[in-house]
Design a protein around this ligand. Structure first.
Ligand code: HEM
Length: 397
């Protein structure tokens, strides 16, 4: 077999059309093979569920320490965090906040998150018609994560645009990323300023990181990247997951009715939402050896792209994969990663979604779409919603 016989395509997975609506592109590429050579980018995309999961499970063959973003330029600039390291350093860095994100600690946060969600939903119901990304989805995760890290209330307006710009660093080093550089620099300056005991709230995630530096568990140079990593990872991802959840409910009135009848389905709805439309569509690793997969040889020391979004809709693994089924409860999806690098904040994200949807079910009879939903298309490898106009029809007492 020659190279030309192996599955390959010249589709640009970072083109505007793909970013706006990646799923048709994933369907096309996934049917070419489980590992497909992308000629326009001179790299490989892993497309199918089993192979993506196998890759995520094998950190020794697919390292995170040589780059978990697409470009060499940005890989060289990003600091060491749980996402960008392998064990044992990975476990050490991740261990700093693991108690704070364990189920016991999360249970203690529940009342605070519920209170915030109730307040936001009451305001939204009062308004009746809202742009739900600005009115609900962006507000809850930003407040919650910023409070947990211990950031001052003043200056928080930088957080969401800063985190979004930082997410662009995962994609190609091109005009799109260069346009975000001023926002990235501003965000880095902000993080350098706030990573100090004078600024952070006591007993916060932020001071826990500084404690770990003081007692020698991590190096000083890890403090800012670690705090930034949790802050960045904890905002946009959850913002767009909440947006996708509301989109799925307004587009599927039977799912809303099912939740009304049985609110214990909220968790299943969360898993199905991220399976169907995960904000994180792509992850990156570098091969440490020649790896045979899907009939191809992935050479050593090459950056490989993992199509987690494509894998989550692989018909070999999920029946009717493009359908939102509130009862499916697909707990084995890869939208929150898998194995060593599985999302450290997934319990918190589930808690926030549960609080928001519960609050809506308690106050709203039905949801109507009152305009067009617009997808987000400017963050490569990432899916999101930029506009979600909703009417919330209040429950009559
Ligand atoms: C629904 C919302 C979320 C989604 C879809 C999501 C998705 C992901 C994914 C796919 C990964 C693995 C990336 C890879 O292997 O390359 C990951 C890792 C991570 N996430 Fe999340 N995430 C969410 C919420 C959060 C929250 C709320 C936090 C913290 C406050 C957080 C913190 C992290 C961290 C620290 C990692 C790195 C873990 C490691 O490498 O060991 N995430 N997330």
């Amino acid at each position: 077999m020659t190279l030309a016989d192996l599955p390959q395509t010249d589709i640009d997975i970072f083109g505007d059309a793909t970013l706006r609506d990646p799923n048709p592109v994933w369907t096309t590429i996934r049917e070419l093979g489980s590992v497909v050579y992308l000629s326009s980018r001179d790299t490989w995309l892993i497309t199918r569920y089993e192979e993506v999961r196998d890759t995520l499970s094998d950190w020794e063959s697919f390292t995170s320490a040589k780059g978990t973003v697409y470009s060499d330029e940005m890989s060289a600039m990003l600091g060491e965090t749980p996402l960008t390291t392998d064990p044992p350093l990975h476990d050490n860095l991740r261990g700093v906040l693991s108690d704070k994100l364990a189920p016991r600690a999360l249970r203690k946060l529940n009342a605070h998150i519920t209170e915030r969600a109730d307040l936001l939903v009451s305001e939204a119901v009062e308004a009746g018609t809202i742009e739900a990304m600005d009115g609900l989805c962006k507000r809850l995760p930003v407040d919650i994560v910023a409070d947990l890290i211990g950031l001052p209330v003043e200056g928080r307006e930088i957080l969401l645009p800063g985190a979004e710009a930082m997410f662009c660093t995962f994609g190609p080093y091109d005009e799109r990323l260069l346009a975000k550089m001023p926002a990235i620099e501003e965000f880095v300056g902000y993080m350098n300023h706030v990573t100090s005991r004078d600024v952070l709230q006591p007993d916060s995630w932020g001071t826990a990181i500084l404690d770990a530096v003081d007692d020698g568990r991590i190096q000083q140079e890890h403090a800012v990247p670690l705090m930034s990593a949790y802050l960045i990872a904890g905002m946009d991802t959850t913002v767009h997951t909440l947006g996708f959840y509301l989109k799925n409910l307004v587009e599927n009135p039977s799912a809303w009715a099912a939740l009304k009848e049985d609110p214990t389905l909220i968790g299943s709805g969360f898993e199905e939402t991220v399976r169907l439309g995960s904000p994180v569509q792509l992850s990156y690793r570098v091969t440490t050896r020649d790896v045979e997969m899907g009939g191809q040889v992935l050479p050593a020391n090459r950056r490989i792209i993992l199509g987690t979004g494509a894998a989550n809709r692989d018909p070999r693994h999920y029946e009717n994969p493009d359908t939102f089924d509130i009862r499916r409860n697909p707990v084995d999806h890869l939208a929150l990663g898998y194995a060593t690098h599985a999302c450290a904040g997934q319990g918190l994200a589930r808690l926030e979604a549960k609080a928001l949807i519960t609050s809506l079910l308690n106050r709203v009879e039905s949801l109507d779409l009152v305009g067009e939903i617009e997808g987000q298309s400017h963050v490569p490898g990432f899916a999101g919603i930029s506009r979600l106009p909703l009417q919330l029809n209040a429950l009559r007492n």
